[in-house]
Design a protein around this ligand. Structure first.
Ligand SMILES: Cc1cc2nc3c(=O)[nH]c(=O)nc-3n(C[C@H](O)[C@H](O)[C@H](O)COP(=O)(O)O)c2cc1C
Length: 216
């Protein structure tokens, strides 16, 4: 993606990252268009993913009907976000992303980003690894990819002038089927409520780096 073509409201990296906080109450009258959400997702999918598998899938709840569905799977402590956010995006992991994996590398070869030999090497290494992987491996991989993109989306939301809250407090077993998707294929990673805040954020503390780090 051409970074010079992105028009961000806030392009100050330290502000975007260090002043990100979870907001849980949003101004109800603010709408975010599907076009802008698509832009945010386009920017967010610059995220890295294992072997470039891009094992993510998005469910955008941007209508009353879909927000009601989101509400129906979220835990009660997330109702304030569900009832006030401009949009709620569920990030799902795709455990079958390897089935379309050839397309990514064919495209890269066509564009001259890699040679045909490099592409074929991938088809003989990464691809069989996923084709023979067990469910646990595929789910872990999809969870990592989905987490990468979730973080990007949290920051991109700020760059677009919004605030957000990641929410994994939901009925894990019902999320995918509630949105009519294939329960065997997709797994919930997290959801993100986005909007203009209607509250002061609450400062959250962190353990010290010293306490969570071993320099070897
Ligand atoms: C994976 C994940 C799941 C979370 N789920 C919820 C949730 O269900 N409800 C909620 O209010 N906050 C949720 N949070 C937000 C955390 O509570 C919050 O990030 C943490 O307390 C630190 O606060 P901060 O985001 O303001 O820095 C979640 C965060 C993460 C990373």
């Amino acid at each position: 993606m051409d970074a010079t073509k992105i028009n961000l409201v806030n392009n100050n990296f330290s502000d975007i990252m260090l002043n990100r906080h979870s907001y849980r109450k949003f101004k109800k009258d603010v709408k975010i268009s599907n076009e802008e959400i698509s832009e945010m997702l386009q920017e967010a999918i610059s995220a890295p993913s294992a072997c470039n598998l891009q094992s993510w899938h998005f469910v955008v709840c941007n209508t009353k009907e879909s927000k009601d569905k989101a509400h129906s799977v979220l835990m009660p402590f997330n109702y304030p976000q569900a009832e006030t956010a401009s949009t709620i995006i569920f990030i799902l992991g795709d455990t079958e992303s390897h089935l379309k994996y050839r397309d990514v590398w064919n495209k890269a070869a066509e564009k001259g980003q890699i040679t045909v030999e490099e592409r074929d090497k991938v088809f003989k290494s990464f691809l069989p690894m996923y084709e023979h992987a067990n469910r646990n491996f595929l789910e872990k991989d999809a969870t990592l990819d989905g987490s990468m993109i979730a973080m990007q989306l949290l920051l991109i939301a700020r760059a677009h002038g919004y605030e957000a809250n990641p929410m994994s407090g939901y009925d894990y077993d019902r999320v995918v089927s509630t949105f009519g998707l294939d329960n065997d294929r997709y797994i919930p990673i997290t959801s993100i409520a986005i909007g203009k805040p209607d509250e002061q954020y609450k400062e959250s503390s962190r353990y010290s780096v010293k306490d969570v780090t071993d320099f070897m």
